[in-house]
Ligand binder design. Structure first.
Ligand code: GDP
Length: 299
């Protein structure tokens, strides 16, 4: 919680200082409620949640003195309300071996780093892991995954630059089946410049994996960079349907002023949020918890 709380300090400082500025020596009236709503929307929380908070405050406190603490308490409660249902751990049934995870997300969103962090978690739980460097377009991406593979002491399957990623994904699933490996994590390209091509490639990877295991991928995780704010919403829309995203990992929640976007995404899409990234190191991935996030963002 300490990491998350200090990570979200910029988000919560922004919010609480704006809230304090609104509620100095003022009784709750239409103007203060409007100012509060604007502040919450500017903090990327989303219109629905902003309105739910101001409605609740109006119902409880209209024409009465309101302290910043009152507002923060209502803010935290509403955020927890929204996040509770989506704070779902990634469940990996023992019977599903190999459990195939497809990682999707735009370049720079923290996909490769998250794969490295996830691998460390799985290994700590005693599971064996195989990685597939499916971003065959970028040599640097392959090398980066290999570094994470070495760090975690797990094998990384690669293909030459430009090779077909779906063939690699197929081989990875086959190899894990043959060797009894518990988990396969497949990295993918994230070139949003050519959206149609990218989506075709993802669909093809999924199609081809299914030839080896009809129930795979068992999880398709989308990494979202919290610092991109509203862009993250678009990315869920873009990847959500075509790639069949089953859950989210929100990265870079350390030091961002835009952490509120997680609430807007939860409200709009209702997709499970499994993990959050709170730094660049191998241990900086935490299971997502609604109450902690709510407390951290409300300051
Ligand atoms: P990819 O292109 O989606 O594979 O993204 P990378 O995994 O290469 O990450 C892009 C950059 O973001 C790298 O410099 C990572 O170290 C950094 N990064 C990833 N996750 C986090 C995080 O949770 N917090 C911070 N501060 N940086 C992160």
């Amino acid at each position: 919680f300490q990491r998350l709380s200090s990570g979200l300090k910029r988000s919560s400082d922004n919010l609480t200082s704006s809230i304090s500025a609104i509620f100095t020596k003022r009784k709750l009236d239409d103007q203060t409620l409007q100012d509060l709503e604007d502040t919450l929307i500017a903090a990327d929380l989303g219109i629905d949640t902003a309105m739910a908070i101001t409605d609740k405050l109006r119902a409880e406190k209209f024409d009465k003195d309101v302290s910043t603490d009152d507002v923060r308490a209502i803010l935290a409660a509403e955020v927890e309300n929204v996040l509770g249902p989506v704070a779902v751990p990634l469940s990996i049934p023992i019977a599903t071996t190999p459990f195939v995870i497809l990682m999707v997300g735009v370049n720079g969103s923290g996909k490769t780093t998250t794969i490295g962090k996830l691998t460390a978690r799985f290994k700590a739980e005693g599971k064996s892991v195989l990685l597939a460097a499916g971003d065959t377009f970028r040599a640097a991406a392959v090398e980066q995954l290999q570094v994470w593979g070495q760090r975690n002491d797990v094998e990384v399957l690669t293909r030459p630059t430009g090779a077909d990623a779906s063939g690699l994904a197929f081989d990875a699933v086959a190899k894990a089946q043959e060797t009894g490996t518990d988990i396969v994590i497949i990295d993918t390209a994230g070139r949003l410049q050519n959206r149609a091509e990218l989506m075709d490639e993802l669909e093809k990877i999924i199609r081809v994996i299914k030839k080896r295991d009809a129930s795979a991928p068992h999880a398709t995780l989308l990494t979202l960079d919290a610092t991109t704010g509203q862009n993250a919403l678009n990315q869920v829309e873009i990847f959500g349907q075509k790639a069949g995203v089953t859950g989210l990992v929100m990265t870079k929640l350390d030091g961002t002023a835009r952490g509120g976007i997680l609430v807007a995404i939860a409200k709009k899409f209702g997709l499970p949020i499994h993990y959050i990234g709170v730094g660049e190191s191998i241990g900086d991935l935490e299971p997502f918890r609604a109450d902690e996030f709510a407390r951290a963002i409300a300051g």
